[in-house]
Write a protein that binds this ligand. Structure first.
Ligand SMILES: C[S@@+](CC[C@H](N)C(=O)[O-])C[C@H]1O[C@@H](n2cnc3c(N)ncnc32)[C@H](O)[C@@H]1O
Length: 311
């Protein structure tokens, strides 16, 4: 299938990144290159963009989509946790901004055949990078009942996590769970009919939990945020779009800690840690897409954008 994705909040991203001619950026989640294209148009022939994605299909598609800018882009098929290594290999000490647009592309959800969606009957894979080892099938068939319940509760925030885990373990005794439709049916049957959510598919939360676990999405975000400020030039910008509350909470907490600097306990009379504020938060509350954008692209409805500037 052709690579499809509609970038969200493009105008806001360009504004919060402070894009202007000649600047250098990293797009850590290149996808189809929609945001990258908007950035490249503004930074012009003297600007430079490093575009990273852990999914090789995204890199192939963005390479073609951005062919007119090829002398101003470096494509890297790598996890964004490795931005420090990529910058040092490119002999770049700091950049003027980093964008992360977290989550999945429409292509991954609908066209990759990797089992991200319960709407399609596909193998239970869910790897963003098919060369990585862990698959959803391995977790579903290999984790203990308690491990499964913890995972679905923590990453899916599903109140029925324990029952779902029990039903998965019971079902896999009969036969190995290999497909999205097998799993979606097991989850649906695990939740009593009168308690099934009305507005979303009953399997939504379990699928989200598995995807987060397979790709270690929250751990990657934590690792990135641990060194993000050091990668920026003074006045460089960090712009992160998240699509669920677990990610947004992590971004919010890290931004707060970076803006505060000192992390001594509040009852210490003087600071002993010596940590100084590293960023200024630009979004007191997260920016959201406007109603017209949500109408045109319903996938944008849960997007939250947070931005910060290096001091
Ligand atoms: C929502 S899409 C990005 C869409 C992109 N902004 C555009 O305009 O087309 C998210 C992308 O981030 C990638 N991704 C998610 N986590 C990643 C990580 N830790 N490192 C690198 N890429 C990641 C996914 O493979 C996916 O292609």
């Amino acid at each position: 299938m052709q690579y499809r994705h509609i970038p969200v909040m493009v105008k806001e991203v360009i504004g919060y990144l402070g894009c202007s001619p000649g600047k250098t950026y990293v797009d850590g989640t290149l996808g189809g290159g929609g945001h990258a294209q908007a950035i490249l148009r503004v930074i012009g022939p003297n600007g430079f963009l490093i575009g990273m994605d852990r999914d090789p299909d995204a890199i192939a598609s963005a390479r073609s989509h951005l062919r007119d800018f090829k002398s101003n882009v470096q494509f890297v098929n790598e996890n964004f946790i490795f931005i420090p290594e990529v910058l040092s290999q490119a002999n770049t000490r700091g950049v003027d901004g980093i964008l992360l647009d977290l989550g999945l592309s429409l292509y991954q959800l609908e066209g990759s055949g990797r089992g991200f969606s319960f709407m399609r009957d596909e193998p239970l894979d869910m790897r963003m990078n098919p060369e990585e080892e862990n698959t959803a099938e391995a977790i579903v068939n290999g984790f203990s009942e308690k491990e499964l319940a913890d995972l679905i509760a923590r990453y899916g925030e599903d109140p029925w996590a324990m029952r779902i885990a029990k039903c998965i373990v019971r079902a896999r005794r009969r036969e190995r769970i290999r497909s999205t439709s097998q799993l979606a049916e097991i989850v649906k049957e695990a939740i009593p009919a009168r308690h099934r959510p009305r507005r979303i598919n009953p399997a939504t939360r379990t699928f989200q939990a598995l995807r987060i676990a397979v790709n270690q999405e929250l751990e990657c975000l934590e690792v990135f945020l641990g060194h993000a400020a050091d990668l920026l030039n003074p006045k460089g910008r960090l712009c992160i779009i998240s699509f669920h509350s677990l990610e947004d909470r992590i971004v919010k907490q890290h931004f707060k800690a970076l803006a505060r600097g000192c992390d001594c306990p509040p009852d210490f009379p003087v600071c002993v840690c010596g940590k100084k504020p590293q960023v200024r938060i630009l979004t007191k509350r997260p920016a959201r897409p406007d109603p017209a954008e949500i109408k045109a692209n319903p996938m944008a409805r849960s997007a939250k954008l947070r931005a910060a500037e290096r001091l």
